[in-house]
Design a protein around this ligand. Structure first.
Ligand SMILES: [Zn+2]
Length: 498
């Protein structure tokens, strides 16, 4: 284990706190994942990348991390409300698919986008629909503790009662008295004792296609319940970090806290972390605003607001250039800036490969840059400060490569270790061949093409020497990797298999 000076901003205490896990050497982290009824967009990339950094850094420090990120595939109703159609059921109806076909389709696409962004997978990815029994048991216990009531086959959480005993809305800081006094009694919510109460279980209307038997009705769980239930199932009744986007603080996370406290008698989460939102040209992103850009559209440039395609690595770098609690505003100019900066960093990383030492003793204080990187990460995962420190390292690399500074082998080794640790391992920034090729018109692919030619040159030499084994080996391996190799009268031709 490395010495741990990590501080985390806890949304609940509104303070940076020293991170001390509940169990020595182990960290349990739960992050609210996507509701899989549409393609991932920039707003999905930010929490995924934010908590990817948390996961990567904790692992780097030597912790064993159990990272749980749920998949919401039932119970998330339109407008995050207790009434209205289930988001997935609606999509299934419109596209004439089984709800689970919708879930699988968008989940596969979500995973693909996350892979492209180099977001490491969580340790467990539980589905709400796979934990109906656990959710029913959870509701029973809240009913037993007296903080919920059954009404016409549905079960509602008793917000005023909980508020009197424990205080409701502490995370978001909502004024609950105001909320209780001003919320109107809406149509169809008359079975609630108070309009602020929220559903733990909803009786399914006859046309509702996703429903399960329960002691109260044929129905489905409320959206907030899955996270309380599944976090406790996989991380226990006390765990270290709960994360999500800032938009989830209310009602989702305040409801989760209420459920867990009603269920266990005390709070479950030690550190609440929330990433800020992404705006597009200064405006909130929304389907109705016409500025809703999916990740695939970013990767292909196929949205009217985009002047070009942006590689997944550019998107990742763009997001990491801001602290996760700061706002990020997308514009083409900002992304082009990120693309250029990323290009400079990756160029320096490539040049690092063949630096030659010209001094016997260390010339550069790389350890100071390393300290800055650790200090930045320990300060609530301050990735923009890490990037700034790495650019200082890049400047030194370029000076050495251009012959404007000497360096010892120790300097070069330290630079390599620094860039591999902080750029590749922790920030997850890796060279992206296809992206680079698009950005510079194919120039950066040249070395890879040259490498294939080199192999075929060796093969030609082997053939001249009647070394058929080597010649066949090279040809067969290239074919397996995905190249078509043709012998021509004056040499060879190769292409990528279609
Ligand atoms: Zn959640």
């Amino acid at each position: 284990m490395k010495p741990n000076n990590l501080t985390i901003y806890n949304t609940l205490s509104r303070n940076k706190e020293t991170f001390r896990p509940l169990h020595e050497g182990l960290v349990g982290m739960y992050v609210c994942g996507p509701t899989v009824y549409g393609d991932g967009h920039l707003g999905h990339a930010r929490p995924a990348i934010t908590f990817d950094i948390v996961q990567r850094y904790l692992k780097h420090l030597g912790y064993k991390v159990r990272y749980v990120r749920n998949i919401t595939d039932v119970g998330h109703l339109e407008h995050d409300a207790d009434d209205g159609e289930d988001k997935i059921a609606k999509k299934a109806r419109l596209e004439q698919l089984e709800p689970m076909e919708v879930v699988q389709y968008y989940l596969n696409r979500y995973h693909k986008a996350m892979d492209a962004l180099n977001v490491l997978p969580p340790s467990i990815e539980p589905h709400a629909s796979g934990h109906i029994i656990e959710q029913i048991e959870y509701i029973k216990k809240i009913l037993d503790s007296g903080y919920a009531y059954v009404s016409d086959g549905s079960v509602y959480f008793d917000v005023p009662k909980f508020n009197r005993d424990y205080g409701y809305g502490k995370l978001s800081g909502r004024n609950i008295d105001e909320l209780l006094a001003t919320t109107r009694d809406l149509d169809g919510q008359s079975e609630k004792h108070n309009p602020a109460d929220f559903a733990l279980w909803k009786k399914a209307a006859p046309e509702h296609i996703m429903h399960w038997p329960s002691p109260w009705s044929e129905g489905f769980p409320g959206w907030h319940l899955e996270c309380s239930t599944m976090s406790e199932k996989y991380l226990g009744s006390h765990f270290d970090i709960h994360g999500g986007g800032m938009d989830l603080k209310f009602p989702h996370h305040d409801c989760e806290i209420a459920q867990s406290v009603a269920h266990n008698g005390e709070p479950t989460v030690r550190y609440w972390m929330h990433n800020n939102m992404i705006t597009i040209n200064g405006k909130k992103m929304g389907k109705s605003l016409g500025n809703f850009i999916t990740l695939d559209e970013f990767f292909t440039g196929s949205h009217p607001l985009l002047t070009q395609a942006y590689s997944p690595m550019t998107i990742r770098f763009f997001i990491l250039q801001a602290h996760y609690r700061g706002t990020v505003d997308f514009s083409n100019e900002a992304l082009q800036g990120a693309e250029k900066a990323l290009g400079r960093m990756l160029d320096a990383y490539r040049r690092l490969r063949d630096l030659k030492p010209g001094a016997d003793t260390p010339v550069h204080d790389i350890a100071a840059i390393e300290r800055r990187c650790y200090e930045a990460l320990d300060d609530d995962f301050n990735t923009p400060m890490v990037i700034a420190a790495l650019f200082d390292a890049c400047r030194i690399i370029n000076m050495i490569k251009d012959g404007n500074a000497a360096a010892s082998q120790a300097d070069i080794d330290a630079l390599r270790s620094l860039m591999d640790t902080f750029m590749v391992e922790i920030l997850g920034i890796v060279p992206d061949v296809t992206a680079a090729a698009e950005a510079d018109g194919g120039q950066s692919v040249k070395p890879f093409e040259d490498a294939v030619d080199l192999l075929l040159e060796i093969r030609a030499g082997a053939k001249r020497n009647k070394d058929w084994a080597t010649s066949d080996l090279i040809r067969n391996r290239l074919s397996e990797i995905g190249f078509d190799v043709k012998d021509t009268k004056d040499g060879w031709e190769w292409s990528l298999k279609k």
